[in-house]
Design a protein around this ligand. Structure first.
Ligand code: ADP
Ligand code: MG
Length: 777
């Protein structure tokens, strides 16, 4: 112990010397000067003292005031300077990996250190940390995983949960767990950080915990709504084409029919105006009905007009454009690069920023352009609070976010761009006023803004809860419903029941809601239960290699690209992968083709010709290695075994694995002459998503399709499907009955005939039973 303490002491002194030397160096002094200009820095002493006085502290402050980068640093610095030296172990969680990485890099560089020493990060698949890491930035998911083995978070001194205002499902879950942990760990400090003020809610949740607000400073931001932009472009609004009182009380109080009429009047006024101003490619978006959104209609003319206007007439400063997602960002980028005066790189530096890009691309968005070059960043709502781009003066806000919602009644997730909340509008607008007075262009009328909700619904109330329920079980937190009733806002009972029911159907929970052996393994695999099941199947039935590819393929962004102007070619390229009536096989074939091409250094070329994303291919490559070491780590595969691939080329078996994972996502194929329709037992008719390889078929020579997910966009669509035969469903899917409407799957006529022979039916039943036992054990 004495030797240990001595080493610790030496290390502390070393850290202190290092910290002081940096602070006194010219670069260090520059950095300190920047840091001390941040509003959070001015509150340093008050913050530290509040932390020492309270076990739980809730800190809010405007985005960019220095919460994320400064606060953890204050704690670290003061610990290093303290008499006992740095014995702290600070964990700061971020909802998104991109934020965890970029913030840790920033903090390390502010401290003049190499990342991975005192300051590190850990996200899924990536991490940089060492034995001496005292400040770790990680995703919330990583901390939740740690809790499985380390319920008390041994050795951790401070937990900082960042961006809690976003109310992500992981954060809400973590808060319930931490609330239970605090009394058992009186010396553990919990700090919650949030951009916008909802401090009261969190404070009362933690028994009136202390709150603190960092006074912020932003420059005034001038706002322009759609009607202002129209006027700017020379379109005059007259008294009878005013776009007004759309969201006002009076209108909401009208009866439904009158309301609809008024809304459509306003929509058409907006459309007329946009048409007259030649912005009519944008008209879809201004409509109220969310289902009217058409991703092809990204309002290019309007956005282009504003961008050109800024570039020609306005003072220097970067432009930040908020879009809904990867698809429309890409579409806009492509259009700007091909059809625009803005494609000139000596005038414009065009960059994109979204959650799934890799860390190298991320760094580019912080780069300062050369003099006379205008930086334009196309971003998702990730730039709303988690990432601050320094030099932004102009903001374009499309008013939408791609949000998931969940319809518990129909047990269906929906993924639609939805209008943002007023709080989000405020945030987006605020991004323009960080360095000087700014301008914000809202691409929708003021009356639409008036109708926005104040806050967005927390994620726990709008997503399926299967993974969450499994996590609750793996952390041994007791009854799922009881636990969730203690959340900040509890989800609907029906949503919880649906999730539990699903977990029972897939064999992860038994009748008494206890984890089965399969369930226990699923909790050890950081992926959706259905993907975990496929992996386990791959191990048991010795066909792991292709399953690794498919599971990895479903965990990354869709590798098949469809550029707007080459849609036909892209579809044609994709149809070459469609022989097997399976989107999963298409991924497998695409990956295998790429892998072969890579051997001859022609991977890039291959992707180009086949309209595949190189990044996705690389991500699949990395992920499948990761998943392989994971199945070894959890003891499913012997650690010295290099493969379990005896049956990897048996396509029937792979089909079975896909069915085993995706069940109860199944629908029957009703074949007519030259077309087919799809039916599920609970929803009736469903449709294939247009990007499925099966969508281009006229005949599916199998009676069933299993699918990844069902999504509601106007109608019910299924995404990612594979055709499977009766025998596979019989052995690895749910129960099939001869009758019609009892919630069971109905046998196809051929199978029915077969089953008339009782001995055959018995045989099937007993094989099935044996397989179930095999998998469970
Ligand atoms: P908050 O968490 O309060 O929103 P941050 O701590 O993320 O604020 O950022 C504080 C300031 O640090 C930002 O305003 C920005 O000027 C600067 N900053 C943050 N990250 C970077 C980075 N990667 N590169 C350059 N400056 C950065
Ligand atoms: Mg922050």
């Amino acid at each position: 112990r004495v030797v240990g303490e001595k080493i610790l002491c030496q290390r502390s002194l070393q850290m202190r010397d290092q910290q002081r030397a940096w602070q006194e160096s010219p670069e260090g002094r520059n950095m300190l000067e920047f840091r001390s200009s941040l509003p959070a820095y001015r509150e340093k002493e008050a913050i530290l003292s509040a932390i020492s006085r309270n076990q739980v502290l809730i800190i809010s402050g405007e985005t960019g005031c220095g919460k994320t980068t400064q606060l953890p640093q204050f704690i670290l610095e003061s610990e290093i300077e303290s008499v006992h030296g740095a014995v702290c172990n600070i964990i700061c969680t971020q909802p998104r990996r991109i934020a965890a990485i970029s913030v840790s890099e920033r903090v390390a560089s502010e401290r003049g250190e190499i990342l991975g020493e005192n300051v590190g990060y850990k996200v899924r698949l990536e991490g940089m940390r060492g034995r001496d890491t005292h400040l770790l930035f990680c995703t919330t998911g990583i901390l939740l995983r740690r809790l499985i083995d380390d319920r008390k978070l041994k050795g951790v001194t401070h937990i900082i949960v960042d961006e809690i205002h976003e109310r992500g499902i992981n954060e809400d879950f973590l808060l319930v767990v931490l609330k239970d942990l605090l009394p058992c760990r009186p010396e553990l400090k919990l700090i919650l950080m949030s951009a916008t003020l909802d401090a009261e809610l969190f404070s009362s949740y933690f028994n009136d915990a202390a709150t603190m607000k960092i006074p912020g400073f932003t420059y005034p931001v001038r706002t322009h709504f759609l009607e202002d932009i129209l006027e700017m472009s020379g379109y005059r609004l007259t008294p009878d084409n005013q776009i007004d009182d759309y969201g006002q009380e009076r209108i909401w109080k009208m009866n439904k029919q009158a309301l609809r009429k008024r809304k459509s009047q306003i929509s058409s006024t907006i459309e007329d105006a946009l048409r007259a101003a030649d912005f009519n490619d944008y008209s879809m978006q201004t409509r109220d009905s969310l289902s009217c959104w058409n991703p092809d209609c990204i309002g290019f003319n309007l956005i282009h007009y504003i961008l050109c206007n800024i570039c020609e007439h306005e003072r220097p400063g970067a432009i930040l454009v908020f879009m809904t997602g990867w698809d429309d960002i890409n579409a806009l980028k492509e259009k700007l690069l091909t059809h625009s005066v803005l494609s000139d790189p000596s005038r414009v530096l065009l960059q994109i920023c979204h959650g799934s890009m890799d860390s190298l691309d991320q760094r580019l968005i912080f780069e300062e352009p050369e003099d006379g070059v205008r930086k334009i960043v196309l971003a998702t709502n990730i730039a709303e609070t988690s990432i601050t781009i320094n030099d932004v003066v102009f903001v374009l806000d499309c008013g939408k976010v791609k949000g998931s919602s969940y319809d518990a009644l129909n047990n269906t997730p929906c993924l639609l761009p939805t209008w943002i909340s007023k709080v989000s509008v405020q945030q987006r607008r605020g991004r323009a006023g960080r360095v000087q007075p700014g301008e914000c262009y809202h691409l929708y009328p003021r009356c639409v803004y008036d109708a926005f909700a104040d806050h967005q619904l927390p994620e726990i109330l709008r997503t399926p809860l299967q993974s969450l329920c499994l996590q609750i079980k793996s952390l041994k937190l007791g009854s799922i419903s009881e636990f969730l009733s203690r959340a900040l806002q509890s989800p609907e009972i029906l949503a919880v029941q649906n999730a539990i029911e699903y977990l029972k159907i897939i064999g992860a929970l038994d009748e008494n809601e206890n984890l089965t052996i399969l369930g226990r393994y699923l909790t050890l695999l950081p992926m959706e239960p259905k993907l975990g099941k496929m992996l386990i199947f791959g191990v048991i039935f010795n066909c792991l290699d292709p399953i690794l590819t498919i599971v990895a393929g479903l965990s990354v962004r869709d590798p098949f690209l469809t550029p707007m102007d080459k849609k036909d070619l892209a579809e044609e390229a994709k149809s070459q992968f469609s022989n097997d009536y399976s989107d999963h096989f298409a991924i497998l074939r695409a990956y295998e083709g790429w892998k072969d091409a890579e051997i001859e250094f022609a991977g890039h070329d291959y992707c180009w010709k086949k309209f595949l994303s190189v990044q996705s291919m690389r991500a699949i490559d990395a992920l499948r290695m990761e998943f392989f070491s994971l199945v070894k780590d959890i003891g499913l595969v012997d650690s010295n075994m290099t493969c379990c691939n005896t049956w990897s080329y048996d396509m029937h078996l792979i089909r079975a694995a896909i069915c085993y994972g995706l069940y109860p996502g199944i629908c029957s194929v009703v074949q007519k002459d030259k077309s087919f329709s799809l039916k599920t037992t609970e929803d009736g008719k469903v449709f294939l998503h247009s990007n499925s390889v099966n969508a281009r078929q006229t005949i599916i020579p199998y009676p069933w399709l299993v699918f990844n997910e069902k999504i509601k966009v106007n109608s019910l669509f299924i995404r990612g499907s594979t055709a499977v035969p009766d025998s596979v469903v019989l052995l690895f899917g749910g129960s099939i009955s001869k009758g019609d409407n009892d919630g069971h799957l109905k046998m196809s006529p051929g199978l029915l005939e077969f089953f008339m022979e009782p001995a055959v039916a018995d045989m099937y039943q007993s094989i099935r039973k044996e397989l179930e036992n095999l998998i469970q054990s």
